[in-house]
Design a protein. Structure first.
Length: 590
């Protein structure tokens, strides 16, 4: 029996070698005991064993590449490099060559050494980029660091190309001494004036600004900024210092953002939100008649767009109240309270009186009263407030003691003396007048003679007596008008714009705070109250208060022939009811 040979011992067969140490007889090298190609001998001629070659970052000794997995193409291509380690300076570590990097995970040993990448090749870390040409990994590309430019003509350690120092912001530059392209700088040769070969590194002011590190793209709407130069001025933006968004690129107060700063819209312009209306002039987007007809209008009916009369300020001004001055036209008065401009002051029509809140129609014969001004005291009616004959007696609008009430003339007539002629009330329905023109015989004076005329429920249109107009109802549209006498004023219907705007085809309507129920104008109901909705043309309204800034809608779904019942007045989706101001408001933005 003979001892099995150790590493490098002569052999003629595998059994001559110590197989417990993983040795075999390698005939390729002339018959010597060796480790296989995936292993190395970790000792000397007298001791040691074969072990698997070590992977990346494992120690090796004594600077012997055989300890490391250096074989290819299956191996990792590692070498034993010097390394400061706790085992002593005589040990090294398995690493790639200095111009290579390991392309796998060290803990999994699933990679191999590949050449470091050159300029503009992909990377995930700086170790993958060729350090010899001063590259770093930025945005997954091997490139130059900020403040350096790549020069492909320079030979660095046998590799063409090198990242060389470039001129920075506001530093001098020439054709040779270039500006830092990684910072988006360019050489402004006009900086010193004349035909110079030396300039200064600047940002291109048409699209960029210096942010302290690089030339950054100018900011669009909402971008954080410190000066106007940070924002895209060609879009009308500046660095806001007047809104809640201080330090952001914004339009000025007379413009709104619509892919560029656009001039805010004026009165009566179509709109989709109040954002586009000129709030500096008191305008908001109002849903007058539904969302399809939204217009820039004053905040509510307490304001009027002042462009009609002598002041012409072209902004929303507060309408004048009772007995306030100076007014130049009816629209400057609180028309929702039925005030008109009487000279220079806002007052009620002579046919109405002020009850402390609104103009009320003066009361007719036998109506209850407290004061004469509440009665139709104007001529030729001449009613006064006196104690009546009811039981118990109460104050009523009656004629004075020397007059009597004439139903035909709807006026107090001076009582006739004995033997004076009089006209029977039957004359009110005589056939003396042209019935094709709807005329009737009415007493036209204090004499017994009558005259053919329209009744108080009609008006003369130049050809015949026409019934006074009413708002849209059923299948009928609102009656056209150019003056309130053409409308059913006895039922609170008026012609809002009247003869001042005949070209607008004005129509007989209730006040914006009232609605037409087919008989008269009634007050609209407010938030939480039951409502009715007419959702077909030409009516298209509800009993909810939508004007005066309230903005209420009727949420009703039980509809029969265009009439929807069982609803409740509420704010549109996204709005809440402000009971202090009696309006629907949008939630405030943070």
């Amino acid at each position: 029996c003979a001892y099995q040979g150790l590493y490098n011992a002569s052999c003629t067969q595998d059994s001559n070698c110590d197989t417990t140490r993983y040795l075999y007889c390698n005939f390729v090298v002339g018959g010597y005991c060796r480790c296989n190609t995936s292993m190395f001998w970790n000792g000397n001629m007298n001791s040691g064993t074969c072990e698997y070659k070590r992977t990346v970052n494992q120690y090796c000794y004594p600077y012997n590449d055989n300890w490391c997995d250096d074989t290819g193409p299956v191996g990792q291509g590692l070498t034993c490099a010097s390394y400061t380690n706790p085992y002593g300076s005589e040990y090294g570590v398995c690493q790639c060559e200095t111009n290579q990097y390991y392309n796998g995970s060290a803990s999994l040993a699933n990679g191999f050494c590949v050449a470091q990448h050159v300029y503009n090749q992909s990377c995930t870390s700086t170790s993958q980029c060729d350090y010899r040409i001063n590259l770093t990994c930025s945005n997954n590309l091997c490139t130059c660091s900020s403040g350096y430019n790549y020069d492909s003509s320079i030979n660095s350690s046998g590799v063409m190309g090198y990242c060389k120092k470039a001129s920075g912001y506001l530093e001098n530059c020439t054709v040779v001494l270039t500006c830092s392209t990684s910072q988006n700088l360019y050489c402004d040769l006009s900086y010193y004036g004349g035909l110079n070969t030396t300039g200064v590194c600047q940002c291109n002011s048409s699209w960029s600004y210096w942010d302290g590190t690089t030339c950054a793209s100018k900011l669009s709407i909402g971008g954080l900024c410190s000066s106007n130069t940070n924002c895209i001025s060609s879009e009308g933006l500046f660095c806001s210092n007047y809104t809640q968004s201080i330090g952001t690129c914004d339009c000025d107060s007379s413009h709104y953002w619509n892919n560029t700063c656009s001039l805010k819209l004026w009165y009566n312009s179509s709109c989709t939100s109040s954002y586009v209306c000129d709030d500096n002039r008191g305008l908001q987007c109002q849903g007058l008649g539904g969302s399809m007809f939204q217009k820039c209008d004053c905040y509510n009916t307490s304001y009027i767009w002042d462009s009609l009369y002598t002041t012409r300020t072209n902004k929303c001004i507060l309408k004048l109240g009772y007995n306030q001055s100076t007014c130049y036209g009816n629209l400057e008065c609180q028309d929702y309270n039925y005030l008109v401009c009487n000279g220079t002051k806002c007052a009620c029509l002579y046919t109405a009186y002020w009850d402390g809140s609104v103009c009320q129609p003066k009361r007719n014969y036998t109506d209850p009263c407290s004061f004469t001004y509440q009665c139709r005291d104007f001529g030729p009616v001449n009613l006064i407030c006196i104690m009546g004959t009811s039981v118990p007696p109460t104050l009523q609008c009656l004629c004075n003691a020397t007059s009597f009430w004439d139903d035909c003339q709807q006026a107090c007539i001076v009582s006739k003396k004995i033997y004076q002629s009089c006209t029977l009330t039957a004359n009110c329905s005589s056939n003396e007048c042209d019935k094709t023109a709807n005329l009737q015989c009415l007493n036209g004076s204090l004499t017994s003679s009558g005259w053919c005329n329209c009744t108080s429920l009609q008006w003369w249109n130049g050809s015949y007596c026409r019934d006074k107009g009413i708002p849209a109802w059923g299948s009928n549209s609102s009656a056209l008008c150019n003056s309130s006498y053409q409308c059913a004023d006895y039922n609170l219907v008026s012609c809002p714009l009247g003869a001042r705007w005949p070209s607008l085809n004005s129509t007989c309507e209730c006040a914006t705070t009232k609605y037409w129920n087919g008989v008269t104008c009634l007050d609209r109901v407010t938030n939480g109250q039951s409502c009715t909705l007419w959702n077909t043309s030409p009516v298209n309204t509800s009993t909810c208060l939508s004007a005066a800034g309230a903005g209420l809608i009727c949420s009703s779904s039980t509809c029969v022939a265009g009439t929807c019942t069982g609803g409740t007045c509420s704010c549109p989706t996204g709005y809440t009811w402000n009971s202090s101001f009696a309006i629907c408001v949008a939630p405030s933005s943070g």
